[in-house]
Design a protein around this ligand. Sequence first.
Ligand SMILES: Cc1cc2nc3c(=O)[nH]c(=O)nc-3n(C[C@H](O)[C@H](O)[C@H](O)COP(=O)(O)OP(=O)(O)OC[C@H]3O[C@@H](n4cnc5c(N)ncnc54)[C@H](O)[C@@H]3O)c2cc1C
Length: 180
Amino acid sequence: MGLPYRRCPLLLPSSDPRAFGPLLWDAMHVLAENYPECPSTRKGRWCRRYLFAISHMLPCRACGRHFRKYLREHDVWRAVETRAGLVALLVGAHNAVSAHARPSRAPFTVEEAHVLYATAPATRPLAGVWGDEPYVGEANPYSFFQGTKRSCAQVGMRRWRRNLVGVAGLMATLISPSFG
Ligand SMILES: Cc1cc2nc3c(=O)[nH]c(=O)nc-3n(C[C@H](O)[C@H](O)[C@H](O)COP(=O)(O)OP(=O)(O)OC[C@H]3O[C@@H](n4cnc5c(N)ncnc54)[C@H](O)[C@@H]3O)c2cc1C
């Protein structure tokens, strides 16, 4: 019988921006919400590549061009250095499209985006979690950086010091007389 007309979802080709748009925005906002507060340079580089890759993969060429233009006009390198930067970049990019596609909508703030994307509906019954460790169900594993809030500069310094100690340890092992 199908759903009553008013509740039946409108089916569009998945290449239509009004069809893929909400799905992709949701995915990107969820990734941003769960991005590390202070990502490593490597992760930042991957994130930047991901954003540009998405712009080339959108099934609407004009949409890809618009998104790329937005990324180029905003400091993506800087944005991917922090979670707050990435969230703001994506909320801004989404607002920029909505200004044309839904001019009556008020721009979203980053706080509103946080409320929307900190949690997500799940299908029931819940699936298992296939991962490396038992899943503890932490709301956001990156929210609490070892229990204390540190600036990204402090986190970077700690990472650098840890790597330096690792390299020094390795060199000490290699040059110690007992080696070999
Ligand atoms: C990268 C990309 C580029 C696009 N470029 C174009 C384009 O050039 N031209 C075009 O016509 N369409 C484009 N689209 C599609 C367009 O953005 C909308 O998805 C589409 O018009 C459907 O709009 P909507 O109002 O139904 O939902 P959407 O605008 O997709 O919004 C879905 C939900 O996201 C939430 N939301 C809305 N705004 C924000 C925000 N700023 N921050 C956080 N959450 C928010 C709301 O809960 C909303 O219900 C693009 C989509 C993507 C992913």
